[in-house]
Design a protein around this ligand. Structure first.
Ligand code: PLP
Length: 422
């Protein structure tokens, strides 16, 4: 397709430039408020792709970055360390599951997943066991790098790359009433003996459509893996940092994974950073006097000090501020808005878990991702001063924890209007 050169040369992610849809420019932001370059103001109801848990430009996080910027900007991390990284590792050890004794840094949710997969394969390789099968849940999303795509749902998103994606074992999504099929498939795969790990998004499949499943089935899945020695990887990139009501979604199932992926809210959403936490057994499998056995993974910016300073500030906020109370209050408000809306309007599958609330519009025949319903909805919300990014016909709200009642009312009023209009 030929076109005249655009005013901007930026090639945006998940954006079809050929459609000529507007790309608003944001000049500044504070809390849940975005201020656009053209003077408009908007409410960020999805925490800017699920990251800004404490709101945009949180003063403590901004101050920590500024202070760190005066001391140390960047440092090679292979064989070196620095204070902010040590503070993050200590802070994580205090609040994350006790069995996760090791902290490996990377830069995004996708890379935290790549690291998790490599750790799992390394673990079995160095034990001398031929286990390389990765199990995944249907409809999952774990990122856009080749490994992360391989363990995610296949579809139009990754069609061109399919020849490069590796095979995995897929277990069905445990929809209410169909949990047995999931557990049976997991049991069958585990019994084959060549499975290295299961990777799951605990309790909520995010990009897959904000699909919720029960804590009981999550606990049962964990138990089946443990029984067969299959490593259990919890991808809490989206669910972590209080999104589902608890610090980790795994908490609600009373389980600890062997490997945990965290990113998004790790820095309060201010700057990119991720960690993959692992059990001592996984770390020890790589521990040796043989250099060939070291964990071969890094990127140039691993554990960037500015990002670590932001993460250390996020951890301090969790330690010192009533974050859990904020989450509980927001969760109750989200559930009550959903309930209120349900009494007036007709839609499907109203669901909420912690600070996430979602519903499905009844728009006939427009439930897939590639029709134009979601972009039309986005534009509709944008006109009403609200940033929402529906997934097909699923509208979800995932705001910063400090969103005000007035801002939340604007968001839900706009959703009410959308239910009537689409
Ligand atoms: N895993 C999950 C569960 C996610 O929701 C995402 C992103 O939405 C990722 C991994 C990938 O994270 P990133 O976009 O930071 O690479």
């Amino acid at each position: 397709m030929s076109s005249t050169p655009p005013a901007s040369s930026i090639w945006h992610p998940f954006t079809q430039h050929g459609l000529g849809e507007p790309i608003p420019e944001v000049a500044s932001a504070k809390g849940a408020r975005l201020h656009l370059a053209d003077g408009r103001s908007m409410i960020d109801a999805i925490s800017s792709w699920w990251v800004t848990t404490h709101g945009h430009c949180n003063p403590r996080i901004m101050a920590a970055i500024a202070e760190q910027a005066g001391k140390l900007d960047q440092m090679i991390f292979a064989g070196w360390t620095h204070g902010p990284a040590e503070a993050v590792a200590r802070g994580l050890r205090e609040i994350m599951p006790e069995s996760l004794t090791r902290v490996f840094f990377s830069d995004s949710g996708s890379t935290s997943v790549e690291v998790a997969l490599k750790m799992a394969l390394g673990y079995w390789h160095w034990q001398g066991e031929a286990r390389s099968r990765i199990l995944v849940m249907e409809n999952s999303y774990h990122g856009d790098t080749i490994g992360a795509m391989s363990v995610g749902e296949r579809g139009v998103f990754n069609q061109p790359y399919d020849p490069l994606l590796f095979d995995v074992g897929r277990i069905p999504f445990p929809a209410a009433g169909h949990e047995d099929a999931t557990l049976e498939a997991l049991e069958r795969y585990c019994a084959m003996g060549d499975t290295a790990a299961l990777i799951v998004e605990p309790l909520v499949l995010g990009a897959g459509g904000m699909l919720f499943y029960s804590a009981e089935v999550l606990a049962q899945m964990r138990a089946i893996c443990a029984e067969h020695g299959v490593l259990f990887i919890a991808d809490e990139v989206m669910t972590g940092w209080g999104r589902t009501g608890t610090l980790l979604a795994c908490e609600q199932a009373g389980i600890e994974p062997d490997i945990l992926c965290l990113s998004k809210g790790l820095t309060g959403g201010a700057v990119p950073l991720a960690v993959t936490m692992a059990s001592e057994a996984i770390y020890e499998a790589h521990l040796s006097t043989d250099r060939a056995r070291m964990f071969f993974h890094s990127s140039s910016y691993t554990a960037n000090p500015l990002a670590c300073a932001a993460a250390a500030a996020n951890l301090a906020i969790w330690r010192e501020e009533p974050v859990r109370e904020r989450i509980a209050q927001l969760s109750a408000k989200q559930a009550s808005w959903l309930d209120k809306l349900g009494q007036v309007y007709h839609f499907n599958n109203a669901r909420s878990l912690g600070t996430i609330a979602a519903l499905d519009l009844k728009s006939d025949g427009a439930t897939g991702y590639m029709n134009d319903l979601a972009p039309r909805l986005m534009a509709f919300f944008r006109e009403r001063g609200v940033l929402l990014r529906p997934l097909g016909n699923t509208v979800y709200v995932m705001p910063p924890y400090g969103i005000t009642d007035e801002e939340l009312a604007t968001v839900w009023d706009a959703i009410g209007e959308a239910v009537l209009s689409f």
